[in-house]
Design a protein around this ligand. Structure first.
Ligand code: PMT
Length: 400
């Protein structure tokens, strides 16, 4: 679910983490959402209203009676909201929401919303662990509110423990997940991403330019749809998508053994990783020294396991297998050959070697070829949107 054109109600209450709500607001705005901010009186003591007004391009509601000419402004906002998120949510506001108290703009508006609501508790560890606070959180959870557990660490009050507001990108990601239709609920999805590294000696290796962005975007998209996602990843510098189990590997053989160990229980397998086709024969245990007498240097390479081909041989009729083809030329011809050779249900063909698609880029342009001979073009777009479109097509083709 992308939040473009969605109406988001952002409730900010009076905690030191209120400053993080500013960045959260920017994430929503960047994605094209319309955001209305409601602040409690205590929140105003931490961050100025003007900051939220300028960044949201909307007036901030903080007082039901003096902020607006319309006395039913809170009802308008509640009726229009596609999602509400309270970040940070103090013990006081949590108690009000759990007990139906409506004595300020935020608690009054929240009583009138019918959209999904996410509560992000943030407070001192002992306050958070307090039995009344925990009871109130339980009430909200039972009532269908989404509770985002706080992070642990050193808090502003110098206590160490649970109570820190999660990072804004994470809250944003979970709001997206909250609004996403769970059309892969309980499905087991096995994904590989990133490059493999094949050692030449202890300091050198053979690899490629895969950043993992495409595979990680697919893992994130599948998790948001309710899938149980395992991501077998080559070495990349990316954060693990929320809710995804990540297994780090380095070589093709390690990737093969981790994928095969999980193959039997997988419903959908998507191989996005850029696996080295060849690896050096007998990698040296000591660093190879430079010889002044030798200008040329060659490394004898041997074939790696073709993981996808092996999975294609082993897969059952209920399993759905997707491969990627990274090509610099003859995209269609090469992709179709790979689809047949590796017994795939879909091959996602993309051009590499250009700045806006394939390796490293934030965007990609992909042509999906299906086993039945049909195809689907995904035009140049952000990799997260490519991932969502691919998941739509996988769900559609599985159902057929
Ligand atoms: O990671 P990014 O920077 O976001 O870039 C994304 C990407 C370009 C890596 C991705 O979109 C992509 O195209 N992945 C496949 C890369 C690749 O290895 O393509 P291939 O055409 O060489 O291999 C075809 C398929 O066989 C792939 O699914 C690959 O995972 C699989 N394979 C290949 C060799 C091998 N030994 N074992 C395999 O399983």
């Amino acid at each position: 679910m992308h939040l473009q054109n969605k109406n988001i109600l952002l409730g900010v209450t009076g905690g030191i983490a209120a400053y993080k709500a500013v960045e959260l607001l920017r994430f929503f705005k960047k994605t094209g959402a319309n955001v209305n901010v409601i602040m409690t009186g205590s929140a105003l003591k931490f961050v100025g209203k003007t900051t939220f007004e300028v960044l949201s391009e909307n007036p901030v509601l903080s007082d039901l009676f003096s902020d607006t000419k319309s006395s039913v402004k809170h009802i308008d906002l509640a009726a229009r909201a596609d999602a509400a998120v309270i970040a940070p949510a103090t013990a006081n506001t949590i108690a009000k929401l759990a007990n139906g108290i409506a004595d300020d703009a935020l608690s009054t508006t929240l009583l009138a919303v019918t959209c999904p609501v996410m509560i992000c508790p943030s407070m001192n560890t002992y306050m958070y662990q307090n039995i009344r606070v925990q009871e109130n959180i339980d009430i909200l959870e039972k009532d269908g509110f989404f509770i985002l557990d706080p992070d642990s660490g050193v808090l502003a009050c110098k206590t160490t423990g649970a109570g820190r507001l999660p990072e804004p990108w994470f809250i944003f990601d979970r709001v997206e997940a909250m609004l996403t239709k769970k059309d892969l609920r309980n499905k087991k999805i096995l994904i590989s991403a990133g490059p493999t590294l094949e050692a030449i000696d202890p300091v050198r290796f053979v690899s490629n330019h895969s950043s993992g962005k495409m595979g990680y975007a697919i893992a994130g998209a599948a998790e948001k749809r309710g899938g149980c996602v395992t991501l077998v990843s080559g070495p990349v510098g990316l954060k693990t998508p929320a809710g995804v189990e990540r297994i780090d590997v380095e070589t093709c053989e390690e990737m093969a053994s981790q994928m095969l160990a999980r193959l039997e229980s997988a419903d959908i397998i998507i191989k996005v990783a850029a696996v080295a086709d060849y690896k050096p024969v007998n990698p040296k245990t000591h660093k190879i020294k430079k010889k002044d007498s030798t200008k040329d240097f060659s490394i004898l390479m041997t074939e790696n396991t073709d993981i996808l081909k092996l999975i294609g041989k082993k897969k059952t009729k209920d399993q759905f297998l997707v491969g990627f083809a990274a090509e610099t030329d003859d995209l269609e011809k090469n992709a179709l050959l790979k689809m047949k050779k590796k017994n795939l249900d879909i091959i996602a063909a993309n051009l590499v070697g250009t700045s806006d698609s394939g390796f490293k880029a934030d965007t990609n342009k992909v042509k999906l070829f299906f086993k039945d001979g049909s195809f689907f073009d995904i035009p140049l777009m952000d990799k997260s949107k490519v991932a969502d479109t691919l998941m739509d097509q996988i769900i559609k083709k599985r159902a057929e």
